[in-house]
Ligand binder design. Structure first.
Ligand code: ZN
Length: 477
């Protein structure tokens, strides 16, 4: 029996606001525990929450960026549950009237464009964080996160493989970052993902029984967790067993899913409208303004990089994964003849440098204009590509101009024919074997001779010129 995989994702994204969603406590990661708390986010009796407009605006911006319809009239509800990280014993969320609905995100799966539906986007507050002590029988709770604004994004069950789930998440993250909605740092919990997965015979309309996987803290683990769960369910169904609806946890150490609890249904939460918060009624102009805050999104930018700059799809994908990188490339490409040269340097040397240094390109001392000048020096023959890579290293660490580094280190390319002939004659005399090989028809043998000249000139010889000179000298000999 051929089985089809059906996956839906629920993603929590912490909004990059200055303060929490219903009080004035700072929304800041990494502060000492329980320093950003007040009677409102601690749920003291008699306090009143007040909606943070910045959070509302970012939530609407997110809904629009995900092609959702924005609800003109919505409300907050109380989701009731007891847990030590939840001081009020309810979470303020949105139940049946989410801020956004019926959206979609398009992703490329290989050559195929796939549209993944977005069921809803709603606003809610985050819970605190429990820290389980490793060597004592205790757990500590940090309420700094309690009341941090979140959006929950729920996808339609349109995803058909673990790989598609990862691609969808990468696209979603890029959209959130482009729109400055969240920093989306999975390692700090500002982007979190739960996944529902079920299998059904190919061609069947009704969905199979699903399980939900929580605690996947990287894109890689999302893919691994879903792949594992798909195989587990397929093996059970193949053996004639039935799947029970459960909440599972991805355990990285054992690379398996572990049962957390059997799944709650919505009625277990006894939702009701929060009586402390007025309804949210949005003016058309307010929604339009939020729409104008959305920049060119990653997919549009990818298309433009391919068509406008003539870049391969791979380059366009890498360069647009982060807005700061795409901005940097755009700015560089304006000032160079061949954008592909800029793309090669950014995807190669520059990304390698940034990854090793753990830096974002926005903080690189070398500005796009300086990179463009360096590329210009290669194009007009002042320096070789090899030298350019050394100069580039100096520029990235110091922020100095290419010309300053070239002058300091005497790196200008040697294009003086007389000087190069002299060196070439010495190299030819010292390497009779390579000369013989070349004369015997092994064209590649010239590479060894060119390499020797490069070595003597510390890479400064003009490579085209030295190739020509060596070939001429051998033929004349
Ligand atoms: Zn507070």
């Amino acid at each position: 029996m051929a089985l089809e995989t059906v996956i839906g994702l629920e993603i929590h994204v912490e909004l990059a606001t200055k303060t929490k969603i219903f009080c004035n406590c700072a929304n800041e990661f990494g502060a000492p525990p329980n320093t950003h708390v007040c009677p409102v986010c601690m749920g003291s009796p008699g306090v009143l929450p007040v909606l943070n407009e910045e959070a509302l605006g970012l939530g609407i911006r997110a809904a629009l960026a995900l092609n959702c319809e924005v609800r003109r009239d919505s409300k907050f509800d109380r989701k009731n549950y007891f847990y030590p990280d939840n001081p009020k014993a309810y979470q303020i969320s949105q139940y049946d009237e989410p801020i956004g609905e019926h959206g979609y995100v398009e992703i490329m799966v290989g050559e195929e464009k796939r549209r993944i539906g977005i069921t809803r986007v709603h606003l809610e507050e985050d819970a605190g964080k429990l820290n389980h002590a490793a060597f004592e029988d205790a757990s500590y709770v940090d309420f700094n996160r309690a009341g941090v604004p979140l959006i929950e994004i729920v996808s339609e069950p349109d995803i058909r493989s673990a790989e598609e789930a990862r691609l969808f998440l990468e696209e979603l993250k890029a959209i959130m970052q482009y729109c400055l909605i969240s920093d989306c740092k999975m390692e700090e919990g500002s982007l979190r993902c739960d996944a529902n997965i079920s299998l059904r015979p190919v061609g069947q309309e009704t969905l199979g029984t699903k399980t939900e996987i929580k605690n996947m803290n990287s894109f890689r683990n999302v893919q691994r967790g879903l792949e594992y769960e798909r195989s587990r369910q397929a093996a059970m169904l193949g053996a004639g067993e039935s799947i029970s609806q459960q909440t599972l946890r991805w355990d990285e150490a054992s690379a398996t899913t572990v049962v957390m609890r059997s799944k709650e249904d919505a009625h277990d939460y006894r939702y009701f409208p929060d009586p402390d918060l007025p309804r949210i009624r949005l003016a058309e102009e307010y929604i339009e303004e939020r729409g104008r805050e959305i920049p060119e999104l990653p997919s549009a930018r990818r298309d433009r990089f391919e068509r406008g700059y003539g870049l391969p799809a791979y380059d366009a994908g890498v360069l647009t994964a982060m807005r700061s990188l795409a901005d940097y490339f755009d700015e560089t490409a304006k000032h160079v003849t061949d954008p592909k040269t800029a793309s090669n340097l950014i995807m190669g040397e520059i990304l390698a440098y940034l990854n090793a240094a753990g830096k974002d390109i926005a903080n690189l001392p070398m500005r796009p204009r300086q990179l463009a000048d360096l590329i210009g020096l290669v194009e007009d023959g002042t320096i070789s590509t090899k030298i350019a890579k050394d100069v580039l290293k100096g520029m990235m660490s110091s922020g100095k101009d290419a010309n300053a580094i070239i002058a300091e280190q005497g790196l200008v390319q040697i294009s003086d024919e007389g000087q190069l002939r002299e060196i070439a004659l010495r190299v030819i005399a010292a390497n009779p074997k390579s000369v013989a090989d070349y004369l015997a028809g092994k064209d590649k043998a010239i590479g060894a001779l060119v390499g020797q000249v490069m070595k003597e000139t510390k890479g400064k010889a003009n490579p085209q010129l030295i190739n020509k000179i060596i070939a001429e000298l051998i033929r004349q000999a």
